[in-house]
Design a protein around this ligand. Structure first.
Ligand code: ADP
Ligand code: GLC
Length: 485
């Protein structure tokens, strides 16, 4: 099967969050089967880590139209094992310091989507499945179904499209004017409601309406999105597509995230040697932050500092856990919203001997934190799936999660019953009481070495690999194509 993945970020080139992990790891798993040809199409950003590829092939320039704008994309091809990448370059749109956050993001990714279709034609790669991820490429299924130039192109005659919603909070809002101005699409698509959402065009909604199949990244988040109480307000349109809408849980890349072979660790370890292994990494981690440990555990967070992630709750709860009762340590690695960055720094300044903060994106440090911390904090307001809690489990660092979305599907919370299976800690309410419950439960468990070791053992042995999930995507692809596997 020919599979084209279209995504605004993908490892090892670029990453701001879990989308990059998923696009890479899912594609790699699918490409293991020689029956599948998988190509990832992704922008060639200024800071793209092109050195990760042994060889890059210059494919030259192709023409890309954005309605009246006659533009060019520079294509590069790279390979990692059986997986192919096509990097889409355009210095005006992508030679910038960050991936996102520009006033013209909609135009940048409209260009990217159109360039992907032009690149498929240039490569003469006829995709059976064209799998688009999030709002950035949400318009592509609509282009294939609405524009004559694609409808009549034999290259796409058998193509079925799949949209995966990783983050429904980003809807790709843009004024109706740009339907024609970017994509040459008629205004009627706005007037008849197909691409309209809250009196704007939403590229994410367009994807939901036009894709042949839709997924989100966990079964629980699927149900949340379909609920009339969902604050994402996509339940109306998703209800219409319910039969074609699935929740497929993310996995983690068990090669990248493996404490037994992790080059970033001070000491590697397995489910048998975790005590010594984690201890050595913990010492290294504490010295990196110039901290010493109190009698309580190390609670860590590695995250985009976004309103989605429950950072505000942590800021509220922190004083009780770094104070004399618990004497815990809190480590935060992250970057994001300005106000949250400042508040996190203020917490560190108020408790300099108990709180460590690193503002920025640091892959190597994240590995050391996953290995050296005792508990991993994910008190998210909403979380379509979450990758970090699964990585933490793999390193024997128990996640403390709010039961929402994929956190509900991946963590069985410990609640004090010695006969119960558990591989983390969970709480329900998004409030101070909820997180206080979770962090206190963690502290209690930490001081009961045998119980603690039992739960850590469960986490370490948990199978969060991509195998099952990639098989579920493949089944969905076959369903879209109307074929038996
Ligand atoms: P989201 O995609 O919503 O940000 P996920 O849990 O799905 O959340 O994925 C987050 C990924 O990004 C994880 O692999 C995590 O380790 C990584 N990450 C987040 N912030 C940082 C950071 N500041 N430095 C290094 N890695 C980070
Ligand atoms: C989004 C979600 C996160 C998910 C990731 C990858 O960024 O916020 O929960 O794990 O996408 O699917």
């Amino acid at each position: 099967m020919n599979i084209a993945m279209l995504a605004s970020e993908a490892l090892p080139l670029s990453k701001t969050g879990g989308l990059a992990d998923v696009v890479y790891a899912l594609s790699k798993e699918l490409a293991k089967d020689p029956k599948n040809e998988v190509i990832i199409f992704t922008p060639n950003y200024r800071n793209a880590k092109i050195n990760a590829f042994p060889r890059l092939k210059d494919l030259g320039e192709i023409a890309v139209d954005l309605s009246w704008r006659h533009l060019h994309a520079h294509l590069w091809e790279a390979k990692l094992g059986r997986l192919r990448y096509i990097l889409i370059g355009n210095s005006y749109y992508f030679d910038r310091p960050s991936l996102y956050g520009y006033h013209d993001d909609c135009e940048r990714f409209a260009f990217f989507g159109n360039a992907c279709l032009a690149a498929l034609r240039f490569l003469k790669f006829a995709p059976d499945i064209l799998h688009v991820h999030d709002w950035q490429v949400g318009m592509v299924p609509c282009l294939l179904k609405e524009k004559d130039e694609y409808k009549n192109d034999p290259l796409f005659a058998h193509t079925k499209t799949v949209l995966t919603i990783h983050n429904p909070a980003f809807k790709g809002f843009i004024d109706r004017y740009f339907l024609a101005d970017f994509w040459g699409l008629p205004d009627s698509l706005y007037d008849n409601g197909q691409v309209r959402f809250d009196n704007m065009v939403s590229t994410l909604k367009a994807g939901i309406v036009y894709a042949d199949k839709i997924t989100t990244v966990s079964p629980t988040h699927r149900n949340e999105l379909l609920s009339p109480y969902s604050d994402q307000h996509l339940n109306g349109v998703l209800e219409l597509r319910k039969d074609d809408f699935q929740g497929i849980l993310n996995g983690i890349d068990e090669e990248e995230w493996n404490p037994a072979h992790d080059a970033y660790l001070a000491k590697t370890y397995t489910a048998k040697t975790w005590k010594e292994g984690k201890e050595t990494n913990q010492q290294q981690l504490l010295s990196t932050f110039s901290l010493t440990k109190g009698k309580g555990p190390i609670y860590a967070m590695v995250s985009r500092l976004s309103w989605q992630k429950g950072v505000d709750l942590l800021l509220e709860a922190a004083p009780q856990f770094v104070g004399p009762n618990v004497e815990g340590t809190i480590l935060i690695l992250g970057s994001g919203e300005y106000a949250l960055e400042r508040r996190v720094q203020a917490l560190r300044d108020a408790y300099p001997s108990r709180v460590g903060v690193y503002l920025g994106y640091q892959n190597a440090l994240s590995h050391l934190i996953y290995a050296g911390a005792d508990f991993f904090l994910m008190p998210s307001l909403f979380e379509p799936c979450g990758i970090s809690q699964m990585i933490a489990q793999r390193y024997g660092t128990l996640p403390i999660v709010r039961y929402t979305g994929g956190l509900r599907d991946t963590v069985e919370g410990y609640d004090g019953d010695p006969n119960q299976y558990a591989d983390g800690i969970g709480f329900r309410d998004y409030d101070l009481g909820g997180l206080t419950y979770g962090m206190s439960k963690a502290n209690e468990l930490y001081h009961q070495p045998e119980e603690y070791a039992r739960i850590v053992g469960n986490a370490l042995r948990k199978d969060n690999s991509w195998k099952k999930s990639a098989a579920a995507y493949l089944r969905l692809y076959h369903e879209a194509l109307g074929k038996e596997e």
